[in-house]
Design a binder for this molecule. Sequence first.
Ligand code: ATP
Length: 268
Amino acid sequence: MVSDTTSTAAATATGKAKAIQTRKLNLWYGSFQALFDVDIDVVQGKVTSLIGPSGCGKSTLLRSINRINERLGYVRTTGTIEVMGHNVLDPSVELTQLRRAAGMVFQRPNPLPLSIRDNLLFAYRLDRGGKGSRSDEDEVVEKALKEVLLWDQVKDRLLQKATELSLEEQQKLCIARLLPVKPSVLLMDEPCSALDPEATRAVEDLLWQLRGEYSILIVTHNMAQARRASDECIFMLMGKVVEHSATVEMFVTPKHQETADYLEGRFG
Ligand SMILES: Nc1ncnc2c1ncn2[C@@H]1O[C@H](COP(=O)(O)OP(=O)(O)OP(=O)(O)O)[C@@H](O)[C@H]1O
């Protein structure tokens, strides 16, 4: 049986500033209910992994936070979602702004078919309503690339097409291009699943480097990755949160039998 987790989630996050908070979040795709009374508290400045078997609702939960689920047209949500204390389900919320504040990285790197430089400046220019001065834009590009540890590799070829970069570089670029519009939260849906083990490690190292300044919520199927690269883990099953604990605690002393069974590979 899936247990009520309010106490475990609250225990983890008590007294800490929240980047994301959901309460009694339910979500339906048409008549199919995918999320049931989900309460999560994602602590600011931490990496939090969403784990659980295929189909348990990890991506649905992630995508509900910046409301990209709604593009489908047949999604209905009840309950509350707050990002940095703001109710994102309020009808007055401007979706473009929400998606900048809660930027998303997908499984496969998806740079625009433009230069490295133009990828980095795309959202920034939209945000400002046009191009900035050359020196301002140079600064934005350099800062973002340095933040994702890509500057040294690409600084001499900023006009090269982004799609010609290696997959690891493309994924780092996809993270970098979110940064000029100053997101508070980064939502990542299996960002390493298209990468080889070496590139995966490089992206994990990057996430670790970005924590602190950014709050990161990451969906992963890779238990070793969740263990290595996250401060806290949220385990989901059949659309419900079973357990939310510090990563070490979850892997060493899980509080629920379902969590232990999943981590030991008995299902999923
Ligand atoms: N666009 C959609 N339309 C209808 N049902 C959907 C849609 N997307 C997901 N679902 C259903 O919602 C449930 C949760 O799916 P979701 O993709 O969120 O799970 P997940 O844990 O991320 O799975 P995976 O690990 O395989 O990506 C599943 O039963 C899935 O079939």
